[in-house]
Ligand binder design. Structure first.
Ligand code: T4K
Length: 362
């Protein structure tokens, strides 16, 4: 055990408790706990300003954000997506009664390979749901072109990609709708939470209606909605944490660079543009899965618990398997390990983790 405590893949970035309790006091005084109350509105406004995005609709988590995006775009049919992602990307497609069609990934970026998308398009294809995995931007221009050519909608699952800019604007502004997550393990957290972001006013109104039972502003029932409203308590945590986000972003970049400096070419890395990356995860690629499993075991013995995001490749799950072959995703998913990365992680702990890895790789 390093310094007598376990080290997990991540730890939530939390504002000082007194800052959170000051905001909570206002919630107590107001007595409003939910239904798009003042703190949720304040958080939505501040996030929109900070990210410079047009319409941001907060929700209870990143999974519901995906559900609402699919529903708001009235999608019915096949949705092309990546197998190298968290289960929620694909399960939301299935829950919304669409079919996920997996297209293999690029071995360098770990994102859906835009060159392989066209081959997967059929008469039933209605959309592309791509993921900026570990915050690495997808091949946005290429995906855009294909979507225009085949009249498809685009949803970007940007659960990992808060505060990432691409070509001078927030990555969350691309696609018809981008979704994101404010889960405890994410770079910006509200405990549980998430959002849908769009540049289209009508879509944003539809998303707001869907998250609140399908109500109009006057509470007339307009459509079959759900309950995906963020509470005031979660928004209060978000407001407290948001004040510290610049520090979080800088610190994670610094720690991630330290890992790279210490590990050098003992492992391989995801290929990314450092100007469009938020260092939300620390993925490293080993030569083979046997080596990864051996290293994971040695780290666990020392009380260090990295994670195998995202293993298995989703096309290998029996319930989701639909005959697509995705050999690159299957290979990468067996060889990627996400090392611990969070603001409070000590440089000495990173050094020790890297020593264990280097010794095992010899
Ligand atoms: N799309 C993508 C691409 C996603 O990656 C995700 C979620 C979603 C959509 C859906 O968003 P949400 O509906 O979750 O908002 C985590 C998260 O639960 C999940 O949010 C995330 N992606 C996924 C990649 O990872 P686990 O299984 O790693 O969580 P857990 O509980 O094992 O946490 C990891 C470590 O973090 C723990 O060992 C200890 C630490 N931890 C965790 C929690 C929850 C804490 O210190 N405090 C905490 O409160 O899934």
């Amino acid at each position: 055990m390093l310094k007598n405590k376990n080290i997990f893949v991540t730890q939530p970035s939390l504002a000082p408790l007194n800052e959170f309790s000051d905001i909570l006091k206002e919630v107590w005084d107001n007595g409003i706990l939910t239904h798009h109350g003042p703190k949720v509105q304040e958080l939505e406004n501040l996030l929109s300003l900070k990210l410079n995005v047009k319409y941001l609709t907060s929700v209870v988590n990143g999974t519901l954000a995906l559900h609402l995006a699919i529903k708001a775009l009235n999608l019915e049919g096949e949705i092309i997506t990546t197998p190298f992602t968290f289960i929620a990307t694909a399960s939301s497609i299935v829950w919304e009664k669409c079919t996920p069609i997996f297209v293999d990934i690029n071995p360098d970026t770990f994102n859906i390979d835009s060159h392989k998308i066209k081959d997967a398009i059929t008469s039933r294809t209605v959309a592309i749901l791509a993921v900026h995995v570990f915050s690495n931007p997808c091949e946005i221009e290429a995906i855009d072109l294909i979507a225009k050519q085949y009249n498809l909608k685009i949803i970007y699952d940007a659960a990992h990609a808060m505060f990432v800019n691409y070509n001078g604007r927030s990555i969350l502004e691309y696609g018809d709708i981008s979704t994101t997550s404010f889960h405890a393990t994410k770079i910006f957290n509200t405990g549980e939470g998430g959002a849908c972001i769009t540049r289209n006013k009508k879509l944003s109104e539809r998303l707001k209606e869907l998250r609140f039972f399908g109500y109009s502003i006057n509470k007339d029932i307009l459509s079959e909605g759900t309950n995906a409203k963020m509470t005031e308590i979660h928004a209060a945590l978000g407001l407290a944490n948001l004040k510290h986000i610049d520090y979080v972003l800088i610190k994670r970049k610094e720690l991630s660079n330290l890992y790279k400096e210490l590990l050098g070419n003992v492992v391989e890395y995801q290929e990314f543009n450092s100007n469009s990356y938020n260092y939300t995860y620390m993925p490293v690629l080993f030569k083979n899965s046997e080596l990864l499993i051996n290293i994971e075991k040695r780290l666990n013995e020392k009380g260090v618990f990295p994670r195998r995001y995202f293993n298995p490749s989703l096309n290998e799950l029996p319930d989701l398997e639909n005959k697509q072959s995705c050999p690159i995703s299957e290979d990468i998913s067996r060889r990627v390990l996400c090392l611990p990365l969070y603001t409070e992680l000590k440089r000495e702990d990173i050094k020790e983790i890297c020593n264990i890895i280097k010794k095992s790789c010899k």
